[in-house]
Design a protein around this ligand. Structure first.
Ligand SMILES: Nc1ncnc2c1ncn2[C@@H]1O[C@H](COP(=O)(O)OP(=O)(O)OP(=O)(O)O)[C@@H](O)[C@H]1O
Ligand SMILES: [Mg+2]
Length: 378
């Protein structure tokens, strides 16, 4: 067994990531997975897309992430009227006089270390064409024929819905530029809803900031983490099993997933990549958003058995038990309490990773409330 290392032993940049992870998750309700996703994306230098209904905290999370990072930033809310000038800058009038066509990119996407593209699927065809290359190859030609590398480390994007398959190749290509993609659901738990309603300010309070060079340091550190034999094998089995289910993400996606899993292992404070870190691959290893993300999640949960995914599943069961329980009926309440105790037993067998402890505390509180409510009802 490896000796336990206290958090103070961690690398200082890693500690910053651990603090941001904790602080973002504490403020944003039921967004642990999304927080992990965006921080993993930041470490891996891969782009991330969140899709969900209006008002479910996407902008709050993505804005908070960008407020944590230093460096130059670019944010835009796309409408169908957004022009390329707003994304890559206006054409230089001075250069035009000299018969040259060059864009002034100051403060725009080609000069950003970090970018937030809201309602990204609303971008026009002309804008998509520019963005596709910039996001993928991370280069931009301002019009003078010189292809320059852009500093972009991370682009985060949000949308209310997935692009439908018949909206054309450009949007499909744009979707593919985001290696990490996730549907965001509204708050599920009663306790979460209460926190949403009765907390006036949901904005996370972040005690640190991270610079582009620190992000680069994190990326290098993550890439140096070795893969355990079990994790390698698990990834290969997952890909085979997914193929059997008709889910075959492209080669680039598969290859890049390796780096993403290393980034998640880094975020978790691990010294090597273990099967449980494959949890994050559920957001990479699929192509079409209809039922493939669920298939990917199921296969990964079955093969790699990650703690985080089991906690999420058990918490869902808790909500189902609570929603179905009639506290005025003593027998019913006792049955619900017994089911919750059984779920707690299952949680207690999971290796602690912060989330297990949090889930058990939550469960304990729900059990207490359930008992209290049923006593009051009689
Ligand atoms: N999970 C959550 N945790 C904390 N606050 C939340 C959460 N979901 C929504 N809110 C509250 O609702 C507000 C609106 O959320 P936000 O603007 O981030 O939604 P959005 O998903 O970006 O919506 P849209 O798709 O319309 O842009 C937040 O500023 C916050 O106060
Ligand atoms: Mg928003």
């Amino acid at each position: 067994m490896k000796p336990y290392r206290p958090p103070s032993d961690l690398h200082p940049v890693r500690e910053k990531f651990a603090a941001a992870r904790k602080e973002l998750s504490a403020a944003l309700i039921e967004r642990e997975d999304e927080v992990d996703l965006v921080l993993t994306a930041l470490v891996a230098n891969e782009h991330v897309l969140l899709v969900g209904p209006p008002g479910c905290g996407k902008s709050l999370l993505l804005d908070s992430l960008l407020s944590w990072t230093g460096g130059s930033k670019f944010s835009i809310l796309f409408t169908k009227y957004t022009t390329p000038e707003e994304v890559v800058g206006p054409v230089s009038l001075g250069a035009l006089k000299a018969d040259k066509y060059v864009r002034v990119t100051i403060g725009k996407l080609p000069e950003a270390d970090f970018a937030f593209l809201d309602e990204v699927y609303k971008a026009s065809s002309a804008i998509l064409n520019v963005m596709l290359k910039l996001l993928n190859e991370r280069v931009y030609d301002a019009g003078d024929g010189v292809i320059r590398a852009v500093p972009l480390k991370l682009c985060v994007a949000a949308s209310n819905e997935w692009a439908s398959p018949d909206t054309g190749k450009e949007l499909a290509a744009l979707s593919d530029r985001f290696l990490l993609r996730k549907s965001v659901s509204p708050i599920r738990s009663q306790a979460g809803r209460q926190k949403l309603l009765w907390t006036r300010d949901h904005a996370p309070k972040l005690s640190t900031t991270v610079s582009p060079s620190e992000v680069e340091e994190a990326r290098r550190h993550a890439l140096s983490l070795p893969w355990s034999g079990e994790a390698r094998e698990a990834l290969e089995v997952i890909l085979k099993e997914l193929a059997k289910e008709g889910v075959q993400p492209g080669d680039r996606r598969q290859f890049k997933t390796v780096g993403v899993v290393q980034a998640f292992a880094y975020l978790c404070g691990a010294d090597e990549v273990l099967p449980e870190h494959l949890e994050v691959a559920q957001h990479c290893l699929w192509d079409s958003p209809e039922e493939q993300p669920q298939k990917a999640a199921q296969v990964i949960a079955r093969v790699a058995n990650p703690v985080g995914m089991r906690v999420t599943q058990l918490l869902l069961e808790v909500e189902q038990v609570l929603a179905a329980a009639d506290v005025r009926n003593l027998a019913d309440a006792a049955k619900a309490a017994a089911k919750l105790a059984e779920i707690d037993k299952q949680l207690s067998t999971l290796k602690g990773n912060g989330r297990v402890e949090k889930a058990r505390l939550y469960l304990k509180e729900q059990l207490r409330k359930l008992k209290l409510a049923s006593i009051e009802a009689v």
